[in-house]
Write a protein that binds this ligand. Sequence first.
Ligand SMILES: [Zn+2]
Ligand SMILES: [Zn+2]
Length: 397
Amino acid sequence: MSLDAAAKTGKIAVWWDMKECPVPEGIDAHRVRPSIEGGFKELGYSGPVSITAYGDQKQTPEYLLRALSSTGVAVVHVRSESTCAVMYEHMKNWREENPPPATMMIITNQMLDVFDWDLARLQQQRTGYHICLAYTIRQRAELMVDTRKEWLWEKLLLGTTTSTSAGELSTVFHCEYCSLDCQSLNCFKEHLSTKKHQLQEVVRPKPTELVSATKRWGKNYAATPEYATAKIHVWWDMFCCPIPDGYDARRVRPSLEGAFKELGYSGPVSITAFGDHTQTPKRHLQALSSTGIDVAHATLGVISPRIFEDLVEWRGRNTTPATMMIISDGVEELLAQLQQRIKFNLFWAYSCRPWTMSVVLTSAEWLWDSLLAGVSFSKEQAVEECSLVEELEHVYR
Ligand SMILES: [Zn+2]
Ligand SMILES: [Zn+2]
């Protein structure tokens, strides 16, 4: 069974922001679970669905809480300003406990503004989770997160429903501030009205900003064993990252290979140099071909799509473990989306360092000029040369 097929029978977890995406007036809250299950069934997903509703439950009418709990929707109490941060915390924990294949559904209008960047990076680190989304307001720009399905919340609630087996589900009310679970609505309501709880909301506030899971992830760490001897393919955009004036183009390949070896990568390296080769000096073309670098002709206007097309084609022909290296400033966001489906090890070199951390998850990054200026010999060669110099010094002394 393929990973994609396996996800369709795997677990489905739903995080629902009740304030952002409330049950619209005139729709029975008993429909929430059967509508979500019906939506997934239409897509061919049949795994068990767990739903958690987040909100300031002191504000939620009792009939609504009753309708949710009677249909097996778990309810979490968290103040509105902390809803996204707490939902994300729970998502991260859930991923730790539930390895893929599995499906995550998020019901929110904050995907683009709050979750997108970090979740897209998490998805590149660990592929195999299908992401689905429901919202009441369509986001105004393209998401980085690769979603399998997006619903308009109201349409989903009015769509096909399934008959549910809510009786078998254990319903839990959870207070995020007191880390307290209640089995009955009365117990929960009573808890939220206690002094002890009110104090906890003040002394143990929840974060209001999303706590990033990926911001501190390191780079340029040593190769893991599976990638140490795997092949490396390089796409080089010569418009973004040209051969510097006075630089001997024969040094490009050894510079790259030297940098790879420093990190413990010793697999075979193939390189394609994309550029307007009617403009490339003949001595450069000769230097490239004499060092086994392929050239592909592309003019400035089409170079990014050309590279992208070529790497999509390459990804279709190759399987991981393998490393892809991009030398370009232009394709990383598109690549970040592909990497969420099938993950290759990724290197990146750019002409100037991005001013914020990019959404693409790499294991190594370099500034193009320093990469070329840096290690052009492996460390062993450097040691050999030193000892050669010492020997010569002996001879001449
Ligand atoms: Zn909790
Ligand atoms: Zn409490």
